[in-house]
Design a protein around this ligand. Structure first.
Ligand code: ATP
Ligand code: MG
Length: 151
């Protein structure tokens, strides 16, 4: 149940960063079933959240949204960090890529540039998609989709 997975990841993040505001928007549904390894999907969301927290300033909130779409569910994490230039938006999913000279606001993760690479591997192995929408200087929205389970 993706609703549970998202709730748990947000709870973990809030515990790890109690001084930060993490806003969660859930769908009307209590249950959105996906055929997936719950721990892995939780790890993807935690990676997105860790990035959102560490690349935005401490006073800036982070918004997590889970939404049901036609045949899939979409999870997105929006921050008010530095954002990403169009050239960087494709690069960040590559192994070891880090935007040069970016200031880390909140330390955690390996710091190796592996987080998003791993996220993409996990989501694509579940027939889902990853992406980022960003306006440099305004912030970023990292998202992933997963097909809903057909019962
Ligand atoms: P790791 O996740 O392995 O600890 P990392 O955070 O540097 O290290 P990724 O999570 O793969 O690695 O992210 C790659 C790069 O993309 C980051 O170094 C950063 O430059 C950029 N990036 C990731 N998330 C954001 C974000 N929310 N806002 C701005 N830049 C980001
Ligand atoms: Mg990271």
């Amino acid at each position: 149940n993706l609703v549970e997975i998202v709730r748990n990841a947000v709870a973990d993040s809030r515990q790890a960063a109690p001084d930060r505001s993490i806003q969660l928007t859930l769908p009307d549904e209590d249950t959105l079933l996906v055929e997936a390894d719950a721990d892995r999907i939780g790890q993807v969301l935690l990676n997105y959240l860790t990035n959102a927290l560490k690349y935005s300033e401490a006073h800036q909130p982070v918004f997590v949204m889970l939404a049901k779409e036609e045949a899939c569910a979409r999870v997105s994490v929006r921050d008010h960090g530095p954002g990403l230039a169009p050239e960087a938006q494709a690069q960040v999913w590559k192994r070891f890529y880090r935007v040069p000279g970016v200031e880390v606001q909140y330390g955690s993760g390996t710091g190796l540039g592996l987080g998003l690479f791993i996220c993409r591997e996990i989501i694509e192995s579940h027939e889902g998609q990853v992406g980022v929408d960003s306006q440099p200087g305004e912030g970023s929205t990292f998202w992933f989709t997963l097909p809903l389970a057909t019962l």
